[in-house]
Design a protein around this ligand. Sequence first.
Ligand SMILES: [Zn+2]
Length: 213
Amino acid sequence: MSHNLHKNFQKLLQGYQQFRNKYASGESSLMQQLAKHGQNPDVMLIACSDSRVDPAILLQCDPGDLFVVRNVANLVPPFENDGHYHGTSAALEFGVCYLHVEHLIILGHSQCGGIQAKLSTTPLPQDDFITQWMGLAYHDTAHTHAMDVDTCAQQSLLNSYHNCLTFPWIKERVDQGQLTLHLWFFDIKQGKMLEYHPKLETFSELDVKASIP
Ligand SMILES: [Zn+2]
């Protein structure tokens, strides 16, 4: 094990100790409360596996705040009831139909490795799953390869939004105003969250004040 790897692993162990002190010590700790009453998050979020975009850190959440799925490039597949193994769809079903979340955020980000792999003209040396999975991302055979990686990631958010609405129990709740979908895009270099405005068809910085009642 290299020195750097060892250092990073030590950091995790120290982090666990801090977590224990903050959330899991004493009779009335947050973990005790969550164990007693169960989870009741208002928000579900689909994010990329990228180590730089952990939603609980970006949004400074506590345990119990967020129901999260992370996959390569934060993609939502279309509704396919075909007997295959649909991990993201199973999580959506649980979050929407059983936890009754009121908000579903799909969180994309800049410099996404999954999107980069999709746009690259060089085949991946090891590719049992990645290219097949990335088939869910935005695809326009005429323009995709010439497309900027961040533009493609933002287009893929729109793809995932439309795929969400192919799930009948998501469409129904959105139509009835019980569930709101949000498309967010985190710019890593600027450290800023952008949100998609459907009427303007553009992304701009998340308006924090407007969201607080
Ligand atoms: Zn990514």
